[in-house]
Design a protein around this ligand. Structure first.
Ligand code: HEC
Length: 105
């Protein structure tokens, strides 16, 4: 097999393996279980102690997700979400933040 063919095949395999990264924010919001705590469109939290996040600014949402993931933001409620964030990449966070910011409040 020629080397260029091999490279093309490898690229194909890598791009198909990274399927979830290509999913849009709405799908990721469900897949990553955000919906279990923050509810439909980010605005039906299961507990009053959990924040409404739909319609919040994209930049703010992204910053909070990153801060909770890294532990920079840490309070008596942060831990519940921090565990989930270990399974959410930077590009996935960006997708979700973009989608959430477009939901009605
Ligand atoms: C187990 C419940 C739970 C899950 C699952 C969860 N969160 Fe959270 N989330 C919380 C809690 C509780 C807070 C408040 C934490 C704090 O004050 O530090 C929070 C805070 C946030 C904030 C900051 C809100 C603000 O007003 O500052 C954002 C944004 C957010 N979550 C997005 C998400 C996304 C996106 C997902 C899915 C990847 C997710 N959360 C999954 C419970 C959860």
């Amino acid at each position: 097999m020629r080397i260029t063919t091999r490279i093309a095949l490898a690229a194909l395999i890598v791009s198909s393996a990274s399927g979830p990264v290509l999913a849009d924010g709405a799908n990721l919001y469900v897949e990553k279980n955000c919906i279990a705590c923050h509810g439909a469109n980010g605005n039906k939290p299961v507990m009053d102690a959990y924040p409404r996040i739909g319609g919040q600014s994209e930049m703010y949402i992204l910053a909070q997700m990153k801060d909770i993931k890294t532990g920079t933001r840490s309070n008596s409620h942060s831990l519940a979400m921090k565990n989930i964030m270990t399974n959410v990449s930077d590009s996935e966070m960006a997708e979700i933040a973009g989608w959430l910011s477009k939901q009605s409040q």
